[in-house]
Design a binder for this molecule. Structure first.
Ligand SMILES: Nc1ncnc2c1ncn2[C@@H]1O[C@H](COP(=O)(O)OP(=O)(O)OP(=O)(O)O)[C@@H](O)[C@H]1O
Ligand SMILES: [Mg+2]
Length: 225
């Protein structure tokens, strides 16, 4: 249904509560089944905890101002990172930037799920340096990004343009629909065809799309989001 193993970057966006984390957890399960490595940079504590019920998935709780040997972390093929209690977003992102640097330097194939990807960037017109570098050059090492954001208008287009596929849920706010329409011309029409938890997969190379219906997204592990 979706070609999860190809060497591309992707963007997943939807209003809050639409099913982004549920959906990317499903993608992670598919990659896991195919033996493709991943690392999830989560911003909430519970989103992807369900994936820990799979054998060999490593959990790391990130604390602020603590130094980690992220190189050792990459010995694990499947990693879920979550913030420790009371970690502020800014402090968490500082740690994740260091981790992203290590991921890129290691040049080892991996899919990196970046939850709340809008939070990394100085502003909607300027991308985070590390994300931009990996978006531009990561595919050379089969390092693939999956950006996840509920704030599509705050997510830099310079990163979005590096994505071959965009996954969108139903949007309710007309300004968001109009904004997305600049990248995906038919979006207003397609959006009307989407029901709760349905996902549009849009291919920016061919301009082809498909709708993945909610019932087709069947999780194997429990989702706690
Ligand atoms: N395809 C689906 N079928 C059934 N339930 C779903 C589906 N997708 C999502 N849900 C349910 O919808 C709720 C919200 O999903 P999820 O946590 O993934 O949203 P989100 O977009 O990540 O929200 P947030 O912006 O708060 O992170 C969850 O209870 C989840 O179980
Ligand atoms: Mg979520």
């Amino acid at each position: 249904m979706i070609d999860i193993e190809s060497n591309v970057h992707r963007l997943v966006s939807a209003p809050t509560g639409a099913g982004k984390s549920y959906f990317v957890g499903w993608m992670a399960e598919k990659l896991y089944q195919a033996g493709k490595r991943w690392i999830i940079l989560d911003t909430k504590t519970k989103n992807h905890i369900g994936l820990l019920s799979l054998p060999k998935v490593k959990l790391l709780k990130i604390k602020p101002h603590t130094s980690y040997n992220f190189w050792r972390l990459l010995d694990h093929d499947f990693v879920v990172c979550i913030p420790a209690e009371r970690t502020k977003t800014r402090e968490l992102i500082e740690q994740y930037r260091i981790l992203l640097d290590v991921i890129f330097s290691a040049k080892k194939p991996v899919t990196v799920f970046v939850e709340e990807a809008h939070n990394y960037n100085p502003n909607p017109y300027v991308a985070d340096d590390m994300l931009e570098l990996i978006a531009r050059e990561g595919r050379g090492y089969r390092i693939n990004l999956i950006f996840i954001t509920q704030s599509i208008q705050e997510f830099p287009k310079i990163l979005w343009r590096q994505c071959k596929f965009t996954y969108l849920f139903k949007f309710m706010i007309p300004q968001d629909v109009a904004y997305i329409g600049k990248m995906i011309p038919d979006f207003a029409k397609i959006n009307r065809e989407l029901n709760l938890h349905d996902v549009l997969e849009y291919n920016h190379i061919t301009n082809e799309y498909q709708i993945i219906r909610a019932y087709q997204v069947q999780r194997r592990t429990k989702h706690y989001g």
